[in-house]
Design a protein around this ligand. Structure first.
Ligand SMILES: Cc1cc2nc3c(=O)[nH]c(=O)nc-3n(C[C@H](O)[C@H](O)[C@H](O)COP(=O)(O)OP(=O)(O)OC[C@H]3O[C@@H](n4cnc5c(N)ncnc54)[C@H](O)[C@@H]3O)c2cc1C
Length: 389
């Protein structure tokens, strides 16, 4: 099937609106939030007002009635300018609200989605634990059903959870072992834990290399009790659910990585035209021009890759391999473009006041989060019919 590489007028209008927002609202303010390691509530509120958190959800749940392509377009345009706000949107939509939309009961959707779509509250996705990330099936957190009170009792620790400790965080969906399968393997389910539930504690924000205006926390659950009705989807389907959520999430991360890679081109072309050395703009040198041409080629190819995966998802076709290819490629080229952009900026590229310095610091996590590059290669190899390594 051909790749839909042209945007509809609606998608193009969305792209322009978010591009303008990123340049006029995000760009002037984000550097200060980033340096102070502060969550940019005012920017996030504005993103909520624009409907960005509701982009791929139906209007009946307070969404914009768009699709995953629309979400990718918004993420790419935001990340061209800043990745902290882009990951706040990505995690809020793909990891926070999407599990409720995909697997929740009608009651759960009505309770949570309208507020998540408006940006009034953020949802978080608690999968990773101190002892297991790539091997998420190794979850140690448990949820035991107390038959007397009809409540789940959750115990365990989750780490590196995005959007989980802001003033507007409303819930965390937590994967937990709820029993054993007949073959002895753990049965994993997903439980909704609202913020503020007694026994649920949120650690202070981590000190990170990048994404410094995004919220990332360790979470502890000590005999946390939530109603039986907070089970998300079927009992024992938690593993399948998070695989689906991560498959989709990889398209979103790929769009974000493409934006960062394109932002590196934007910044570097402008700098190469204005910076002079040896009596002429550095961009007049073929060595610099070739770097820029290669950077543009990589960003362009990454864009085609994520849009192809999104298009397959929208057409109800298998997209697992294409999502992994897009995520792997775009995250690795984002790191390459950020390194080259810094080089083109010379010493100024090492100064945090220049956006490319922020882009360099923000790029590395893209090869790690939502499945490392090694995990993507494992998935692609499996899709090629090779035995699980
Ligand atoms: C800023 C940030 C935000 C995050 N947000 C979230 C979130 O919102 N929710 C959430 O649940 N998680 C989140 N994560 C966690 C992230 O998804 C994990 O860090 C990631 O999946 C890797 O897991 P790990 O850190 O345990 O590394 P490990 O799994 O311990 O891997 C360590 C290294 O070993 C490699 N490796 C592991 N197994 C193999 C193998 N079989 N073959 C070859 N190489 C292998 C890995 O690729 C990696 O290079 C976030 C992480 C960060 C840093």
């Amino acid at each position: 099937m051909p790749i839909d590489h042209r945007l509809t007028p609606e998608h193009e209008e969305l792209r322009r609106t978010v591009e303008e927002f990123a340049h006029e609202v995000v760009a002037p303010k984000i550097g200060e939030f980033y340096e102070n390691h502060e969550f940019p509530y005012e920017i996030v509120r504005e993103m909520g007002r624009m409907g960005l958190f509701g982009l791929p959800f139906p209007e009946s749940y307070g969404g914009m009635g768009g699709d995953y392509l629309a979400l990718g377009i918004a993420l790419e345009e935001l990340a061209r300018v800043d990745s902290s706000v882009a990951i706040t949107l990505e995690a809020g939509v793909s990891l926070g609200a999407m599990p409720v939309y995909r697997f929740g009961t009608e009651e759960q959707k009505r309770e949570w989605l309208p507020r998540m779509c408006s940006g009034e509250i953020l949802g978080a996705f608690g999968l990773t634990e101190p002892e297991c990330g790539s091997d998420a099936g190794g979850t140690r957190t448990t949820a035991r059903l107390d038959e007397d009170t009809d409540e789940w009792v959750v115990n365990g620790t989750k780490c590196f959870i995005t959007n989980s400790g802001t003033d507007i965080t409303g819930l965390v969906t937590v994967t937990a072992v709820t029993g054993r399968k007949p073959d002895g393997r753990p049965e994993i389910s997903t439980v909704i834990v609202p913020s503020g539930t007694p026994g649920f504690t949120v650690a202070p924000a981590y000190s990170k290399v990048g994404w410094n205006a995004s919220d990332t926390r360790e979470l502890s659950f000590a005999d946390v009790r939530v109603p039986k009705a907070n089970l998300l989807g079927e009992e024992g389907r938690g593993y399948a659910q998070f695989l689906r959520i991560l498959d989709e999430g990889r398209i979103a991360i790929s769009a974000l990585a493409t934006g960062l890679a394109q932002g590196c081109v934007d910044e570097s072309v402008a700098y190469a035209k204005s910076r002079t050395a040896f009596g002429r703009p550095i961009g007049d040198n073929q060595a610099i021009q070739f770097k820029l041409a290669d950077m543009e080629m990589r960003a362009h190819t990454a864009r085609i890759a994520w849009r192809d995966a999104a298009s397959r998802l929208l057409h109800g076709e298998p997209f697992k391999k294409e999502a992994a290819l897009a995520k792997l490629y775009s995250s690795e080229i984002a790191v390459t473009n950020a390194r080259e952009a810094t080089q083109i900026h010379g010493g100024y590229g090492f100064m945090n006041e220049y956006p490319v310095a922020r882009m360099w610091r923000d790029s590395k996590i893209l090869e790690i989060g939502e499945g490392t590059s090694e995990v993507q290669r494992m998935l692609i190899a499996r899709e090629l019919g090779l035995a699980a390594g």
